[in-house]
Design a binder for this molecule. Structure first.
Ligand SMILES: Nc1ncnc2c1ncn2[C@@H]1O[C@H](COP(=O)(O)OP(=O)(O)OP(=O)(O)O)[C@@H](O)[C@H]1O
Length: 872
């Protein structure tokens, strides 16, 4: 049926962007916000199921969760068991439906009632954020169920496609019918082409391909929940955007989504503020959807463009933060419930479902190269979110006004309005209970604790007073139904009936039969007259009743106002009390926080001290080791030096000794020569020649006796030798005695001869004679005349010893004296003494002693050591 009225739908006049207007708007907003009070950020926790028994997280009760450090950490004393409170904790067995009902359904209801909402999924990588948000076709997550519930609830109250259109400045406009229907035609043509193209591309879609949209849509189990109580006199338009924040840039995942070539790389988008100071992404593609399937199709296309990568913790790890936003635009119907009212502003509400990328440590994910940069950016964004929440909380706790650094990251900047009071904020903290995740789960818990302490201004929807009766849509529907029935019953004039639903609201009784005929017109007139009279009376009664009602309402209003005033007063006094209590509470909280901070810092200090101490002990041990090594090195160096020095000194000493010994030998030789010469000269020059040779000979022999002075070693003595090193006697006849007889030695013609063994006679001593290895003994024969004028022959006997310098030395051991006596001479009784006190010649023993003394005292004769006496 063709509509009788075809009203033009003029565009909504653009909002003036003057400063005054902005101030007015913000004041209005503030008033509305302040009227609503505050709500905390609702933080929920979901624990994902795992196969392992090594878990560090357990559910204490429906709102409390306990996290225990793994044994290794617990033992070292660095961690302790901690409990965290949430709005609700969902254990591993909790299904997607329950999560949706408790967390997201209230947000969907808010959305459809014109309020904004924001839901974050936050957690460590692989903890189940994407699972919670997206889920699967069979068991949908929050996003899928949200779409289902929206379309279930708005049903046929949806606006016609392209009737509402984004104005690309974060607002919407109502299109004229002609424009809208032209856009619709284009859309239908484009979707037909696309269908044909996809048929051509995939002639036979695989039946069991899990990823294909056809299979997923056929397997899909939709959510059947309906939100009741929506304003049925509005039309609803649903729009979606799908954004991605990657490396702190924003990309539109629905960019050029209807184009054939979707592989083109995405452009970065910028954030802007609209006239109401709301943040929006400039130039992003906001697509109108008319069914959950259509929205899911776009979602899956967008997901294919998301940065997802394989990491060691998650096969499909999100490398970016995804923001799926659903905007619902509401427009009231006019008084006939027929067309949209263009004179009132559109009501726009939005719900953003954010799947944050997981916080992660690159050491665990095994990230490298680009993945490390991604992880850094992910962690930075999460850090900024945490910082903003911290500052907000501090501001609220301490009544401070620190600037919240929303602008430091794209995510916080985009959602700043929510925290400033433009909607409800909720968080689902996803937890992987594995022990290996403990270190990363702990900061997530702390963040959750922080977030739950933040209060967000409750937003209140401004109900525009449009002064139109409710139920217009239904009345319009009834009217149309009646008209259709009438036409069906053959009442063609009904086609010309304008839609007028005002009778639906009239309270008067039904009109009388007004058909006029010649015979009944008077009756009819009377009926009408009565009817009108009754009507006038009813009107009067109604007016009166209305007046009474108005009066009573006014009275009630006055009473209510008075009560209100009183309530306000008591409220303000209660508020004051509450504020005092809150102040106290804050003070206690601050004290508690301080105590906790002190406790923590003490604990940290203790740990630091223990670490320092351990380090110092290690360093000391190291230093000791190094010192010992250094000592050993120096010792070795010094020993080396000493050895070298010793060698040098030895060498020098040997050289000098050799020189000295050579000198000494020469001196000895010279002395012996002189001695030999002296004896020979005295014997030749004395009365020796005149001495008869046939005198009896007394052979005296005595061992050398050590002179007392010989015990004192003389440093200026002869060359060093050791009697132990005398030349070997064991060589038999090889041992030669050097028999030194000066040339002028007389033959004594006696049978007594010294026993010398193998000898070599020389008359003049040379150093080579002594250096001969075979010469082991030396015997010097001297002759002299004694005091009695007798011939005295002395045999000085000694060992030839090698010296340290390589030369030889004679160590005299014995003196053998041969004296010839005249048998006829009178023997001398006593021992005669010379003037110098030495025994006079003639006394055998005295002479012998004297000779010994002389021999030992002679500087030319080296002294034998007292304990090394040798006898020839
Ligand atoms: N509650 C759950 N029930 C069943 N499986 C789950 C649950 N939570 C997570 N999983 C599974 O765990 C794996 C990792 O989950 P998911 O991809 O959602 O983690 P994520 O937190 O989004 O990780 P990332 O931050 O790396 O993207 C997936 O295979 C998912 O199916």
């Amino acid at each position: 049926m063709k509509s009788v009225r075809t009203p033009m739908r003029p565009r909504v006049p653009p909002k003036p962007n003057t400063l005054e207007h902005l101030q007015q708007n913000s004041e209005q907003n503030n008033n509305v916000k302040n009227a609503g009070g505050q709500d905390p950020v609702d933080v929920y926790c979901r624990i994902r199921p795992v196969d392992s028994l090594e878990t560090c997280v357990s559910v204490v009760d429906s709102t409390t969760l306990k996290i225990s450090p793994p044994n290794s950490i617990g033992r070292s004393g660095c961690g302790r068991e901690q409990q965290y409170r949430f709005k609700e904790v969902f254990g591993p067995q909790t299904g997607q439906k329950e999560i949706f009902d408790k967390v997201a359904k209230p947000l969907v209801a808010d959305l459809l009632n014109g309020k904004n909402g924001l839901l974050f999924a936050y957690g460590v990588t692989g903890s189940g954020k994407t699972h919670t948000m997206q889920g699967s076709a069979k068991d949908g997550g929050i996003v899928r169920r949200t779409l289902d519930v929206i379309f279930n609830s708005i049903g046929e109250w949806q606006s016609q496609r392209y009737m509402l259109k984004p104005d690309h400045l974060n607002g919407f406009e109502i299109q004229a019918d002609a424009d809208a229907s032209s856009d619709r035609r284009q859309f239908d043509a484009a979707s037909n082409i696309q269908k044909a193209f996809s048929k051509f591309k995939n002639p036979r879609p695989k039946r069991n391909a899990s990823n294909s949209s056809s299979s997923s849509s056929s397997d899909r189990v939709p959510e059947t929940t309906v939100i009741d109580g929506l304003n049925e006199d509005n039309v609803y338009g649903v729009f979606i955007t799908y954004l991605e924040a990657y490396n702190n840039y924003i990309y539109d995942l629905l960019e050029n989504i209807s184009g054939v070539n979707m592989t083109k790389s995405l452009q970065t988008k910028i954030l802007r503020e609209d006239g109401q100071r709301n943040m929006y992404v400039f130039g992003c593609n906001e697509v109108e959807v008319k069914s959950p399937e259509e929205a899911l199709e776009l979602l899956s296309k967008g997901q294919k463009r998301r940065k997802v990568a394989h990491t060691s913790l998650n096969a499909e790890s999100s490398r970016s933060h995804s923001i799926f936003t659903i905007r619902v635009v509401q427009c009231p119907l006019d008084e006939q419930g027929e067309d949209v009212l263009t004179t009132v502003p559109l009501r726009i509400s939005q719900l953003s479902l954010v799947d944050l990328a997981g916080s992660e440590r690159t050491s665990r994910t095994g990230a490298a190269g680009l993945r490390i940069k991604e992880a850094g950016n992910i962690n930075n964004t999460l850090m900024m979110l945490r910082t903003c929440i911290e500052v907000l909380r501090d501001n609220q706790l301490n009544n401070a006004n620190r600037m919240v650094p929303y602008r430091d990251s794209k995510i916080t900047h985009y959602f700043k309005n929510y925290f400033d009071g433009e909607g409800k904020v909720k968080m689902v903290i996803c937890v992987n209970p594995l022990t290996s995740d403990y270190d990363e789960t702990l900061p997530v818990m702390k963040f959750a604790e922080l977030a739950s302490e933040v209060q967000v201004q409750r937003s209140v929807v401004r109900n525009e007073v449009i002064a139109l009766p409710p139920g217009r849509r239904r009345a319009n529907f009834l009217f149309r139904e009646v008209r259709r029935n009438m036409i069906n019953e053959g009442f063609d004039k009904a086609k010309e009936l304008d839609i007028d639903i005002s009778p639906v609201y009239t309270l008067s009784p039904a009109w009388p039969d007004t058909s006029l005929s010649d015979d009944t017109w008077l009756e009819t007139l009377a009926k009408l007259k009565n009817f009108l009279k009754r009507r006038i009376a009813t009107r009067e009664t109604l007016l009166q009743q209305t007046r009474v009602k108005v009066d009573s309402v006014s009275e009630r209003v006055a009473t209510a106002e008075a009560e209100n005033l009183m309530l306000r007063q008591s409220n303000s006094s209660l508020n004051a009390l509450r504020a005092a209590e809150e102040r106290k509470l804050k003070e206690y909280e601050a004290l508690l926080l301080n105590a906790e901070a002190v406790n923590e810092s003490l604990f940290n200090n203790y740990n630091t001290l223990v670490e320092d101490y351990n380090q110092a002990v290690e360093e000391r041990a190291l230093a000791q080791n190094q010192g010992q090594l250094e000592k050993m090195r120096i010792k070795a160096k010094l020993t080396n030096k000493l050895e070298m020095h010793k060698e040098k000194i030895d060498k020098e000493f040997k050289n000098r000794l050799k020189e000295h010994q050579t000198k000494m030998v020469l001196t000895q030789v010279r002395a012996l020569q002189q001695l030999a010469q002296g004896h020979s000269s005295s014997s030749s020059g004395g009365s020796l020649a005149a001495t008869p040779v046939n005198r009896p000979i007394t052979r005296q022999s005595a061992r050398t006796v050590a002179h007392p002075s010989s015990a004192v070693p003389s440093l200026a003595g002869p060359a060093v030798s050791n009697p132990r090193h005398r030349r070997s006697f064991s060589q038999g006849n090889v041992n030669v005695v050097l028999d030194h007889r000066p040339l002028k030695t007389l033959d004594t013609n006696t049978v007594f001869r010294p026993v010398l063994g193998k000898r070599r006679s020389i008359s003049k001593l040379r150093s080579e004679d002594l250096n001969n290895d075979r010469v082991t003994h030396y015997c010097l024969t001297t002759q002299n005349q004694d005091s009695q004028g007798e011939l005295e022959t002395k045999l000085y006997k000694g060992d030839v010893l090698p010296t340290t310098g390589g030369g030889s030395q004679v160590v005299f051991q014995d003196v053998e004296i041969l004296r010839q006596r005249d048998p006829l001479a009178v023997p001398n009784s006593g021992v005669k003494r010379n003037s110098d006190g030495t025994p006079a010649t003639g006394s055998l023993d005295a002479a012998l002693q004297h000779e010994r003394w002389k021999a030992l005292a002679s500087p030319a004769t080296p002294r034998a050591p007292a304990n090394k006496r040798t006898r020839l």
